[in-house]
Design a protein around this ligand. Structure first.
Ligand SMILES: [Zn+2]
Length: 66
C-alpha cells in the first residue's frame, strides 16, 4: 500500500482511499476526506490556523517557536 499524507490535516491515508486533487499549476493535493478538501479548496483555511489538524497541534506543542 502506498501511503500519502493528507495535504490539510496531515493524517496518513492510503492512496487508493483518499482523494487526489491536481491544481492548474500542477501541484498535487491529497485529502483524507471531503471535510479536508472543502476546508482547503473552498473555505481556503490554513492548516496551521485550523484546530483539528496535525500542523496546528504541532505548533501548539512547540508554542509556535521553531
Ligand atoms: Zn485530512
Amino acid at each position: 500500500m502506498i501511503k500519502v499524507k493528507c495535504s490539510f490535516c496531515r493524517n496518513e491515508i492510503e492512496k487508493s482511499t483518499g482523494k487526489m486533487y491536481v491544481k492548474a499549476d500542477g501541484k498535487i493535493f491529497y485529502f483524507c476526506s471531503g471535510r479536508c478538501e472543502k476546508n482547503m479548496l473552498k473555505l481556503k483555511r490554513k492548516p496551521r490556523e485550523t484546530k483539528w489538524t496535525q500542523e496546528y497541534q504541532d505548533i501548539k506543542k512547540g508554542s509556535g517557536v521553531k
